[in-house]
Design a protein around this ligand. Structure first.
Ligand code: HEM
Length: 460
């Protein structure tokens, strides 16, 4: 084992040195994009290591220098181009996939070929199902979502996440096979039962569940209708849907325990709405304060310093509207966190103001009476903008259905929580610090006391 560790260490060091040499050569090609840090060979190696623990400061420094421009920072194996300001972020948001690729950008981070399997990386029909079939079923799903929330809160609430290793050594150290086997143990019997029913009765049998397995069976190729491929796709959607939602909810809980003064107004809102409309997806639309609280929590607690990661794949490169050209092969991302903390975009930007968006909505409603259909969603949790990027924005933003689903479940969970529990942190007034790892942010585990019960949150 020790030998293997040493080999890996030497491999990484050799890779970093080689990559730094390539970075130095590549540097000449894009000399017009300023560097935050050093362009020199060894110093940029060191910057790549520093980025792992200090990404937020480095990105913020670049943003302060170039708030409407593009700068680059050294990563271990390459440059990262960081895009700032509404005009240039709009350029990424609207860029065609054949020029600036979302899929290749995600691949760089997730390494899906190794962590999920080649087939999944190359055929994304399950993502299309989120874009299409899920919308038609959101209302139908709500009673199940609510039922699940009640059961989960009644059981011991334990949120867990596990990180996928993202090195080029992924096949050696990834726990993919073990995780897949565990998922198949849980999902396998259910999928087998459903496959047997389809084989016996065809696709329209009475009582066929209206769920993701049925939606996949409607469109999957015949050779994909088996336990492993279907399980992998459920895991892939879980990755897009669950770690994001559980991180958002955990952060919102941290905000609630740090600012307990928001609990009563939200409880009153829920009591009022439920008395008038009952528990339904439509009733959630009237919970304006809950919506605003969650949106504010997402604004301040981004999943990392950068978002909208992309790779330029057009041979001729990609030209931004300010004339900057990034050559083919460049990796770029938007300066997510600094945008959300920018005083020119948000008043008292660094301050948690749970009802700021509820007030803005009311002001906007009074001024415009929502005469334009787009305005209906303005400043609601599900709406994206160039200055509000938790879901990205533009062509590859989290699909509308994903956002509606996330808002539905998070609002229903928060409403259930504030209605039924009093919440306080283990250490009064202390918000657990995030753990920075490169461009991502992880949550530390904490204990919350909910009523007379202590709940462990172990999202590492
Ligand atoms: C709070 C919860 C969520 C957050 C913060 C979130 C955030 C994001 C972000 C940042 C992106 C990439 C945007 C970009 O790079 O421009 C994305 C993409 C995506 N999300 Fe979400 N998401 C959430 C919930 C969900 C849920 C519940 C689903 C599914 C039910 C979902 C499905 C997807 C899919 C399929 C994509 C890929 C879009 C594409 O291929 O163009 N997400 N999400």
């Amino acid at each position: 084992m020790d030998d293997l560790r040493f080999m890996l260490l030497y491999g990484v060091l050799a890779g970093v040195l080689f990559a730094s040499f390539r970075k130095a050569v590549y540097d000449r090609k894009v000399a017009n994009v300023p560097i935050v840090g050093s362009s020199r060979f060894l110093a940029s190696c060191w910057d790549g290591f520093r980025f792992i623990r200090h990404a937020p400061e480095v990105i913020q420094r670049g943003y302060d220098l170039y708030p409407e421009g593009i700068f680059r920072v050294a990563r271990l194996f390459r440059w990262e181009y960081v895009v700032c300001g509404p005009k240039l972020i709009k350029d990424i948001a609207g860029a065609p996939e054949h020029a600036v690729s979302f899929a290749e950008g995600v691949e760089e981070t997730v390494q899906a070929k190794f962590t999920m399997g080649r087939e999944l990386a190359e055929n994304n029909y399950h993502l299309d199902l989120v874009r299409t079939t899920l919308t038609r079923n959101l209302h139908n799903c709500f009673p199940d979502v609510r039922d699940e929330i009640i059961c989960a809160f009644d059981d011991v609430l334990q949120l867990q996440g596990s990180g996928a290793e993202q090195l080029i050594f992924a096949p050696l150290i990834s726990n993919k096979n073990k995780s897949n086997a565990k998922a198949m143990e849980i999902l396998g019997p259910l999928i087998e039962e459903r496959l047997a029913k389809e084989a016996e009765l065809g696709p329209d049998w009475p009582g066929r569940p209206n769920d993701f397995i049925s939606w996949m069976l409607n469109v999957a190729d015949e050779d994909q209708k088996a336990v492993l491929p279907l399980t992998l796709r459920i895991l892939s959607i879980n990755m897009a849907a669950i770690h994001t939602s559980s991180a958002a909810f955990t952060q919102a809980l941290f905000d609630l325990t740090t600012h307990p003064e928001y609990l009563l107004p939200m409880r009153e809102e829920v009591e009022h709405v439920v008395a008038e409309e009952g528990w339904s997806k439509a009733a959630l639309n009237s919970m304006v304060k809950i919506d605003s609280f969650l949106r504010e929590s997402q604004r301040l607690n981004t999943n990392g310093s950068l978002g909208m990661t992309r790779k330029v794949i057009a041979k001729e490169g990609f030209r931004f509207s300010d004339g900057t050209v990034l050559p083919c092969g460049s990796y770029l991302a938007a300066a997510l966190r600094p945008t959300h903390y920018d005083e020119s975009k948000y008043e008292n930007a660094a301050k948690f103001d749970g009802f700021r968006f509820a007030r803005e909505r009311a002001e906007h409603q009074a001024a415009h009476e929502f005469n334009d259909s787009q305005d209906v969603f303005k400043r609601q949790m599900i709406s994206t903008a160039v200055d509000h990027l938790p879901f990205g924005t533009g062509r590859h933003a989290c699909p509308v259905n994903g956002r509606f689903f996330a808002a539905t479940e998070l609002k229903a969970m928060m409403a259930h929580l504030v209605l039924n529990y009093d919440v306080k942190p283990e250490v009064e007034g202390a918000r657990p610090a995030d753990i920075v790892f490169g461009q991502t942010v992880r949550l530390t585990g904490i204990y919350l006391q909910v009523g007379n019960r202590v709940i462990g949150l172990t999202l590492n």
